[in-house]
Ligand binder design. Structure first.
Ligand code: ASC
Length: 128
């Protein structure tokens, strides 16, 4: 899939960036920063769900250095890193279900859980 290590680094960063943008649109509604729009919440949550699986194909060997904030622990604690990624994927899938329900309280709760799963991985595996 990737010709060079830099290609994998660029790919995963791009996937996270687009994912964060679409998650941000749902989070803004959950936090009351923008008016709730059920169709928009649904569309954005769906994009987040699709994108959330993509970055992890790109944490391949040889990509712990270069233009990346990835900590070496990703490669020395593979089981824990994979579990953290799976947790995020799981919470994002729940957000997608909540968004499809159109219930703002359910969406709020799910947004909070997704945010926690993002932060948990950043705290352990992303350099400042
Ligand atoms: C976001 C975003 C993150 C997470 C994190 C949650 O919207 O871009 O990285 O939420 O800030 O704590």
């Amino acid at each position: 899939q990737f010709q060079k290590p830099e290609d994998a680094i660029k790919y995963r960063k791009a996937a996270f960036t687009v994912m964060a943008s679409h998650f941000g649109r749902v989070a803004a509604m959950a936090n009351g920063k923008v008016p709730f729009d059920a169709a928009a919440a649904q569309a954005n949550a769906d994009i987040v769900a699709t994108l959330s699986k993509l970055p992890f194909t790109a944490f391949i060997d040889g990509t712990s250095s270069g233009d990346t904030k990835a900590k070496p622990e990703i490669w020395t604690e593979q089981d824990k890193f994979k579990a953290a990624a799976a947790k995020m994927n799981d919470e994002v899938a729940k957000l997608n279900v909540a968004a499809k329900s159109g219930n703002i309280d359910q969406i709020k709760a799910a947004v909070g859980d997704v945010g926690k799963s993002c932060k948990a991985c950043h705290d352990s595996y992303r350099k400042e």
